[in-house]
Write a protein that binds this ligand. Structure first.
Ligand SMILES: [Zn+2]
Length: 476
């Protein structure tokens, strides 16, 4: 009679058994899984095989198969009907390197294409075994080696297990093999260009969907920025700091989401980030190394146009990934960065930066960058400049001739204000707080459609500039 362990993970008679104390598991289940070819055991078969007491009642749970809830057990015997533990069940049975060597011999003698065809695998994208100076696709090697180790079960199929760090990679390393990734062998060099995100993924592996990621086996964080969206990112500047929208397209962004967590880690550890940028119609280029200076929660709109809280990261380009080569100022900025205390709940979006901070980030007053689009011309607008004006207005219409703000707040609880460029961007107006003013809808209408619009515009230009200079003095 096989002995069921009191706790832990064990293979009992080819049945994977995970045992947890009952108090660790809210609903006590007995689930048993047989490894590999015969698929899942029925609960009654499993009970018989493991000689478990018939102390529970069976319950069905859809896709995960049979479950048995025990009423009196102090332990729960669980075999997950999921991929992760199937891997444990199978790969743990590959425990001698000689079987991998036999797979390597076969790989070498028939060649890569034939080897992959024979076992039904595509070329590995992420992980390779480096052996005798050559690279071998890692996952098919494990599949083949498993077949040599267990001729009765035969080689594993691609869908049977993961090729990743918790699957084939772990097994190969456990057996003493060196597993490497493309990014480890040849990391991207400054200036490298790729036609698309897909091409980058083909070169270095990993996920291509995320805007912030790490290539497999590579400790460096990559931030991708595309002028064509989903965010209208500011064009990167090599001389001043610039902002980068956090990860998350819909709803409030979260600091804990994978990409944002990576950037936060880079910020806290003073690690350089690779900044990739694709200008409109161009290709993705490893544009520069950046240091993460800080971050803030800002109000923005998600891709559905719904107002939400998002993270604005502040980057500055650095000459190399070595922090010792960065200016003293950058390290001081990182150390002294004031970042919000992120509570468990989403923090309120705050304009934590001062007016001067924001204006410094906008840079000198310059006409907005014009972009040609199929539908006509468009201008790159700085979200930072807009934030500065909103901060300056303190929620009040800035027109000295205002006859009254709307008494109601917007649906999101904000004062109803429109930030206007006094001299139009199309006429060469600056995308800068000195040329911008927060107006209530009435004043905005008078400025654009009123009989005295020209005279009002001149007055508002003076007002905006005076407010701008006054606030620079106040907050510096
Ligand atoms: Zn007004």
């Amino acid at each position: 009679m096989p002995s069921v362990p009191n706790q832990g993970v064990a293979l009992v008679d080819k049945v994977l058994v995970v045992v947890l104390p009952a108090e660790l598991h809210p609903s006590v289940h007995v689930e048993v899984l047989q490894s590999h070819q015969n698929g899942f055991l029925s609960i009654s078969t499993a009970r018989r095989k493991l000689n478990l007491a018939d102390s529970g009642r069976a319950s069905s749970s859809g896709e995960e198969g049979d479950r048995l809830a025990t009423s009196n057990a102090s332990i729960a015997v669980i075999a997950f009907f999921r991929e992760t533990t199937r891997i444990v069940a199978q790969l743990s049975q590959l425990n001698r390197s000689e079987f991998v060597h036999r797979a390597l011999d076969e790989y070498r003698s028939v060649g890569r294409t034939a080897f992959l065809d024979q076992y039904g695998f595509a070329e590995s994208r992420d992980y390779f075994v480096r052996h005798d100076g050559n690279l071998y696709d890692s996952k098919p090697l494990v599949a083949a080696a498993f077949g040599f180790a267990h001729p009765d079960l035969g080689p594993l199929k691609s869908a049977d297990f993961s090729g990743g760090i918790d699957g084939a990679v772990r097994t190969l390393r456990r057996l003493g093999f060196e597993v490497v990734t493309r990014a480890q062998l040849q990391p991207p060099a400054l200036g490298d260009e790729f036609p698309s995100r897909t091409a980058i993924q083909e070169a270095y592996g990993g996920q291509h969907i995320q805007g912030i990621n790490r290539f497999p086996g590579d400790g460096v964080v990559n931030a991708f920025s595309d002028e064509e969206g989903p965010y209208a990112d500011e064009p990167p500047s090599v001389s001043t700091e610039f902002s980068y929208r956090g990860e998350g397209l819909e709803g409030h962004q979260k600091l804990a989401s994978p990409g944002n967590a990576l950037l936060e880690q880079a910020r806290l550890s003073s690690s350089a980030v690779r900044y990739w940028y694709r200008p409109e119609g161009g290709s993705f280029r490893f544009w520069c190394w950046v240091a993460v200076l800080g971050r803030a929660w800002v109000l923005g709109n998600d891709t559905k146009g719904v107002e939400r809280q998002e993270i604005e990261w502040w980057f500055t380009s650095v000459p190399s990934p070595e922090p010792s080569s960065w200016g003293q100022e950058i390290r001081v900025r990182q150390r002294e960065a004031v970042v919000p205390n992120d509570a468990e709940t989403e923090p309120a979006a705050l304009a934590s930066a001062s007016y001067v901070d924001l204006c410094n980030r906008v840079g000198p007053a310059l006409p907005a960058v014009r972009r040609e689009r199929p539908g006509g011309r468009d201008f790159q607008r700085s979200t930072t400049a807009r934030r500065a004006v909103v901060l300056r207005s303190a929620g009040r219409c800035e027109s000295p001739f205002c006859t009254g703000m709307p008494s109601q707040l917007s649906r999101s609880g904000e004062p109803i204000l429109e930030v206007d460029h006094i001299k139009d961007l199309a006429l060469g107006g600056d995308d800068h707080p000195g040329n911008m003013i927060a107006l209530c809808p009435n004043c905005h209408a008078v400025k654009t459609r009123g009989k005295e619009a020209t005279r009002l515009r001149k007055a508002l230009a003076k007002t905006a500039l005076a407010l701008h200079e006054q606030f620079l003095r106040l907050s510096s």
